[in-house]
Design a protein around this ligand. Structure first.
Ligand code: XIL
Length: 378
């Protein structure tokens, strides 16, 4: 095996940037076959993967191949949301999710389901049903049907997405969503309990955003999440882990000690942690592409070294794999003052590995080895 590693210093020198651009492989090869992040992560007992919108690979075989090479885990970017699954009351449309499962099966990949209870991506009939007092029935029916259909095949579910919003007026720090207004905080209990009943073997996650930085707001968000997890566990609600979305943004205040302590507190509750939606926004960085890409990689390195130090962190998934397909291209959070597209993901638009790819590879290689979880692909 010939290991060709492109170090951060070499990339900074400019020569390395040329090397990265000229290298169609991954900077690491086994014979002539490039080694993907999935293999590097697996060697440390970690699962690496990315969100996948099926449309992005339908007519893009090169991107599909990149997913096969790089990812042990696929996360449906939209196909498992209510908007994807539920065109009308009483109607389930499983074709997208079935297809994604088929891809995962063919390539020995695992799937993390995303997501069962969220205030976004709701078809118009849902708020109507909630106003009509049908919240309990539609939520339990949805979760029993969806999780039950994929019982034993989707080993991890983001059951609840984005549950806290401590500045939105509730004393308990919970986000006042249409679900919460209709059912109260017990909608969270219902979601987790229904998921456990529908697939007793699945790992059930609470997934939330803006928990990574040292700002006062994110501090309040961390407190709210910890309080929620403690409350749920005290009520006997079956929650197994916390997902940190990790939509990182260069320029926000990062303090590794604060994040490290927070993950330690989550682990102290007996929970596992996953990095679920990693990408890096570089709106605050000026300069040429190599400068920007290096800043993205450096920011991610500091973050990854901090989180992977904890053995409770079992998986890292990015929100997309290539800069071809980031959600940030269609979201205000993705705008740069110079109008250039964001470069938030490990592969560039030509599917070449970027310094962020190398940062992930280095962080995985340097991570303490952990026992891989039963749900991870072999
Ligand atoms: C985003 C998708 O990437 C977009 O394609 C879609 O239009 C909106 O949702 N946090 C989440 C994800 O938990 O589900 C969101 O995904 C991104 C923010």
């Amino acid at each position: 095996m010939r290991a060709q590693r492109i170090g951060r210093r070499a990339v900074l020198s400019g020569l390395g940037a040329g090397l990265v651009l000229a290298s169609p492989g991954n900077g690491t090869t086994a014979g002539s076959k490039p080694i993907g992040l999935r293999a590097i992560a697996a060697s440390r007992g970690l699962a690496y993967g990315a969100a996948l919108g099926l449309r992005s690979v339908d007519e893009d075989q090169a991107l599909a191949d990149a997913y096969t090479r790089e990812c042990a885990v696929l996360v449906p970017e939209g196909d498992a949301k209510w908007a994807g699954l539920r065109p009308a009351a009483g109607v389930f449309r499983f074709d997208g999710l079935d297809r994604l499962l088929g891809i995962a099966d063919r390539h020995g990949q695992s799937v993390r389901g995303h997501t069962l209870l969220w205030h976004e991506a709701l078809p118009a009939w849902v708020p109507e049903a909630l106003r009509a007092g049908q919240g309990y029935d539609i939520l339990s029916d949805h979760i029993f049907t969806v999780v039950g259909r994929y019982r034993g095949r989707i080993p991890v579910w983001d059951v609840v997405n984005e549950a806290v919003a401590p500045d939105e007026g509730r004393e308990d720090g919970l986000r006042p969503t249409p679900w919460l207004r209709a059912l109260g905080p017990r909608c969270l209990d219902l979601a987790f309990k229904a998921a456990r009943a529908a697939d007793p073997g699945a790992v059930l996650m609470l997934n939330d955003h803006d928990l990574e930085y040292a700002s006062p707001l994110q501090d309040r968000r961390r407190r709210a999440v910890l309080r929620l997890l403690e409350t749920l566990l005290a009520r006997g609600v079956p929650v197994d882990g916390l997902g940190l979305q990790s939509h990182l943004r260069i320029g926000r205040p990062f303090d590794p000690r604060i994040l490290h302590r927070f993950i330690g507190e989550v682990a102290g509750l007996g929970l596992m942690v996953m990095i679920t939606e990693l990408d890096v926004g570089d709106a605050a960085v000026t300069g040429d592409i190599p400068t920007r890409d290096q800043a993205v990689a450096d920011h991610a390195s500091a973050f990854l070294d901090t989180v992977l130090d904890h053995a409770c962190v079992k998986a890292v998934t990015c929100w997309g794999l290539s800069d071809r397909q980031s959600w940030l291209h269609h979201h205000p959070a993705g705008w740069r003052p110079d109008g250039q597209p964001m470069r938030p993901l490990p592969l560039d638009v030509e599917l070449r590995p970027k310094p962020l790819w190398q940062a992930l590879a280095d962080a995985f290689r340097n991570a303490p080895k952990r026992s891989s979880a039963a749900w991870m692909p072999g």
